[in-house]
Design a protein around this ligand. Sequence first.
Ligand SMILES: Cc1cc2nc3c(=O)[nH]c(=O)nc-3n(C[C@H](O)[C@H](O)[C@H](O)COP(=O)(O)OP(=O)(O)OC[C@H]3O[C@@H](n4cnc5c(N)ncnc54)[C@H](O)[C@@H]3O)c2cc1C
Length: 393
Amino acid sequence: MIFHADHFDYVLVGGGLQSGLLTLAIHHHQPSSRVLMIEQESELAGNHTWSFHPNDVPKTAKSWLSPLIAHQWEGYQVRFPKFSRHLHLTYACCTSERFRKVVGSHFLNSSSVLLTSTKVDSISDTNAVVKNGNVYHGAVVVDCRGPSSIGATDVGMGYQKFVGLEIELEQDWPDSQPTIMDGCTDQIDGFRFVYTLPFSKRRVLVEDTCFSDRSEINRTEHIDRIKSYVGDRVAGSWRVLREESGCLPMPFSAAFLPRATRPLSGGYAGGWFHAATGYSFPMSIRFAEAVAKVSPENAWHAVEELAIRHRKRAIFSRFLNGLLFRLVRPDTRWQIFRRFYRVLSEDAIARFYSHEFTSMDATRIVVGKPPAGLTPWRFLRTRKAMVCPSTVL
Ligand SMILES: Cc1cc2nc3c(=O)[nH]c(=O)nc-3n(C[C@H](O)[C@H](O)[C@H](O)COP(=O)(O)OP(=O)(O)OC[C@H]3O[C@@H](n4cnc5c(N)ncnc54)[C@H](O)[C@@H]3O)c2cc1C
């Protein structure tokens, strides 16, 4: 039997990054609003370490976002063959554990409601229908069901896949700051790098990442590479505290552009991610701010404005993915990233990660000596498969 269980200002479907950010932003900008969050799993936020540049966070979001920061560093480095660079850009991360604590507390002392272990079957602009037939009504419903909900993989895309181990060491880790790309590793299955976040001297997240043409994750191979990387960097034994993994789409067609849909979709479900980095944190903050600063009835218009603002950049990021996955040989892909860190200023790098880059930044990224194997002839032959950059530059 179907019945209307309750009425809310906002019904957020999914209990991951986007809906958590929305909850915090709504409670900040509209403290009396009632939010319902519905998550299919028994707890929120999965198993992630989300990193971002805190300086990209809009001023109005800083106060509600700062409790999410579990670790912060005043800079980080990148390494490639014959090139390394230290960047003075603040870098921070939020763990699922921290996220559950901060977001979960907003449901304890308010009229907002969190439903876990509840799968949503269908949604409309104002209703979410859960598996047992209950219908939850909101002035606006936002679909935040994440990467798995964007489905089709035959639309032209590469993949960012990774396995990470959070480890506890017997000896001190040599770096006190993150290395967000160590490309001095064997280039197998695309651009390959190791990412490290030192949470303390003896606790580090080490991720083996690959920008690959294929989505399958070979866990054993990733773990073997992590073991050998850690062994090369530090003596003594270590033990695994936690493991995380993921495969994020990196589209190079016009699919999954950030958009204002009906019903509204946020996070990965709505295309609110950076196609060239796979990161969604910066875009999800902007989406949350746009929705939370207006009444629920005006949320769609606010998101439409945001989508228009980000559209050209989203097309350009897809063009970059096209270059990477269609034009450049897998074993030379790393040269694109080395060049990126070699030629761009710190400000331009920060703007790129936060999806706020300018036309000048875009020109700087693509104009210059091409990676080995990328000839003008090869470019002309294959560019049809990609989004065309002439709409941007
Ligand atoms: C391991 C990992 C690390 C990442 N690291 C970073 C990073 O450092 N920085 C960054 O910016 N991005 C990162 N990303 C990319 C991206 O930010 C994350 O994937 C992010 O969690 C996406 O947010 P989302 O809200 O769209 O989806 P999710 O966070 O995946 O949330 C979706 C939620 O919806 C729930 N759900 C799905 N279907 C239903 C349903 N029918 N009913 C009810 N609930 C449902 C899911 O269980 C899930 O909890 C990472 C991704 C992964 C996988």
